[in-house]
Design a protein around this ligand. Structure first.
Ligand SMILES: [Zn+2]
Length: 302
């Protein structure tokens, strides 16, 4: 991999596992491209305070990971793209949620009003601290405390989003705008259920056009289709908290969520990469190189 400055955000021995890994492609003051890639759901660190309260075994809980998405996008720094990847597991703290999007029924104590979320995601058991893994199995054998939630937000959510905000600001300062791509993967069953025809390979989510200039998904879709992928937009995933929160084209921040069908690269039962992994990784690098080399300067005036 080409020279880059890797940031190790660990501060001393206190934090055995930092919240994220951040790899810039150039100096903070001069990122070579306006692109920032993020993988919030591929973290593999399950702290003891979570696992000691878990009713499920580790493999069952791990099925909620967007496994290996961090590895799929790792080469992006070679093309001038800053990359941030979560270290904490998605089941510990979901970084693609409002931090206090909590499910009151999971807690032994009463939550403050601002933390009692009634969103569709919480109702589905998938708030900032998930109640269930994808098959609907309950993760915990006991109620949690609000203090535990606060700790997860402080250790995982806050530092990750602070760093992500920083990367977007660096790109904006250097280029006049930033383009965030939030990378995810979806269960093959979800991709299948969403389509009556052939299941889609990749879903692009731009909050139905609100999160970025239309040229961005148009270009990504064209490139992916040229590589042989079946691409859909906004269904079944239109983009989560990150896409909505950071995707503000009028403030020169564009965000696009990319969901990859896990069937392309992962054995979902064993969580081992399949023979498709290398091809997909190569295709993502081809896409990345093309996006990084394109002229996006029109976004500066949008
Ligand atoms: Zn995800």
């Amino acid at each position: 991999m080409r020279a880059m400055n890797a940031i190790d955000p660990r501060n001393g021995a206190a934090a055995a596992h930092a919240a994220f890994e951040l790899r810039r492609a150039g100096p903070e003051s001069a990122p070579p491209t306006p692109f920032v890639f993020a993988s919030p759901h591929s973290g593999r660190h399950y702290p003891d305070d979570m696992m000691s309260a878990a009713a499920l075994d580790a493999l069952s809980i791990r099925r909620s990971e967007d496994a290996f998405v961090d590895d799929l996008i790792r080469a992006a720094t070679d093309h001038g793209v800053a990359v941030i990847t979560a270290r904490y597991a998605r089941a510990y703290m979901d970084l693609n949620r409002e931090p206090f999007e909590l499910d009151a029924s999971m807690f032994a104590d009463e939550l403050p009003a601002f933390a009692r979320a009634r969103t569709a995601r919480v109702a589905a058991g998938l708030g900032a601290i998930a109640r269930v893994v994808s098959e609907g199995q309950e993760i915990y054998s006991r109620k949690l405390t609000f203090a535990e939630a606060r700790k997860r937000i402080e250790d995982a959510h806050r530092p990750y989003h602070l760093a992500l905000r920083g990367l977007i600001a660096e790109a904006q300062a250097a280029h006049g705008f930033a383009i965030l791509v939030d990378w995810h993967s979806m269960p093959a069953a979800a991709a299948k259920a969403a389509s009556r025809e052939r299941p889609c390979d990749i879903v692009l989510g731009d909050r139905y056009g609100a999160a970025c200039a239309g040229v961005l998904p148009a270009r990504v879709e064209r490139e992916l289709e040229a590589l042989g992928y079946r691409v859909t937009r906004n269904t079944p995933y239109a983009g989560g908290y990150t896409t909505e929160h950071y995707g503000q084209p009028q403030r020169r921040a564009h965000a696009l969520q990319i969901e990859i069908n896990r069937g392309l690269y992962l054995d979902e039962a064993t969580l081992k990469p399949t023979s498709g992994f290398e091809r997909l990784r190569g295709d993502i690098e081809t896409l990345t190189a093309s996006l990084a080399a394109a002229d996006w300067s029109a976004l500066r005036t949008n």
